[in-house]
Ligand binder design. Structure first.
Ligand SMILES: [Zn+2]
Ligand SMILES: [Zn+2]
Length: 289
């Protein structure tokens, strides 16, 4: 947690974590210690089909969670993984449930339904548009890069959805399984919340009061017809929108901490990505015009 110049508290949160309760390599105790050591303020334990309630383990706040994965490995037959966090009680969802029933079960238990790693699963915008009740999606999923399929980044999916008028809050998560130095404590969200209370954290996520990151700090706002970016030292600031091309969509430099982007007449939405010298990314949410 840190407090910014305006007195706002920012909490470091990981919302997609596996342990030995399903197919993760570390016990909940050991996993909590890893994340506590890495400076996280809270994590959700989201083992496959194993609801883990709110808790405190090894001094780290645990937000309730579970991952409901449908389909096996054949994306032609259909794969969709839905993570629920912040449920007040076990929604007791059965493996025979449909996609919509899983989302409804999570929401019915007071949780946030997250479409996990859509790029890895090869989910389409039609898949998402056929469903209601998603509260967020992952734009980046660490394990999908280093240990699984090399398809961690869901920007293409997110941008197509925005063209259809849909923008879920965009999370970065580890989806850690291996704890081998490659998939733990890499990608997370920094949440602007009034306290570390799970309800406060999840309310801020629903409202988009956070940024997703692997390290860079990122604050994006719209001032009239300009997008304003403030960030920690980066080498690239990128503006993604329904305009596939414009001369000023990438700013480059050795030590960029500020950027501006004038909206074009036809631009309906914009989101921002930054990269620092170590190649670590930060991702904003989608801003509507
Ligand atoms: Zn998954
Ligand atoms: Zn997972």
């Amino acid at each position: 947690m840190y407090t910014d110049d305006f007195g706002q508290k920012w909490y470091k949160v990981g919302l997609h974590i596996h342990t030995t309760l399903s197919d993760g390599a570390l016990s909940p105790e050991a996993a909590a210690r890893v994340y506590k050591e890495a400076g996280f303020d809270a994590i959700a334990l989201t083992d496959h089909w194993k609801y883990h309630g709110p808790d405190e383990i090894a001094g780290l706040k645990i937000i309730s969670g579970c991952e409901y994965n449908l389909g096996t490995t054949d994306s032609v037959a259909g794969v969709m993984h839905i993570v629920g966090v912040g449920m007040k009680q076990d929604p007791c969802i059965l493996p025979t449930a449909t996609r919509q029933e899983i989302i409804d079960g999570i929401n019915g238990a007071g949780g946030l339904a997250i479409l996990a790693h859509p790029a890895w699963s090869l989910n389409t915008t039609q898949d998402a548009q056929a469903l209601t009740g998603f509260g967020a999606t992952e734009i980046y999923n660490t394990v999908s890069d280093v240990n699984q399929s090399s398809r961690p980044y869901s920007g293409y999916f997110v941008d197509l959805l925005a063209n259809h008028g849909i923008a879920y809050p965009l999370l970065a998560t580890d989806d850690v399984h291996y704890y081998d130095g490659n998939d733990e404590a890499k990608s997370y969200i920094m949440v602007a919340a009034s306290s570390l209370d799970a309800d406060a954290i999840l309310q801020a996520v629903r409202e988009g009061a956070f940024y997703a990151t692997q390290g860079p700090e990122l604050y994006v706002s719209r001032e009239e017809d300009r997008i304003i970016v403030r960030c920690s030292s980066c080498t690239k600031i990128m503006f993604l929108s329904n305009a596939v091309w414009a001369p000023d969509k990438i700013l480059r430099g050795e030590d960029l901490t500020y950027g501006e982007y004038p909206l074009k007449d036809f631009e309906q939405w914009v989101r921002v990505e930054v990269v620092d010298r170590e190649g670590r990314y930060g991702w904003s949410n989608v801003l509507w015009r």
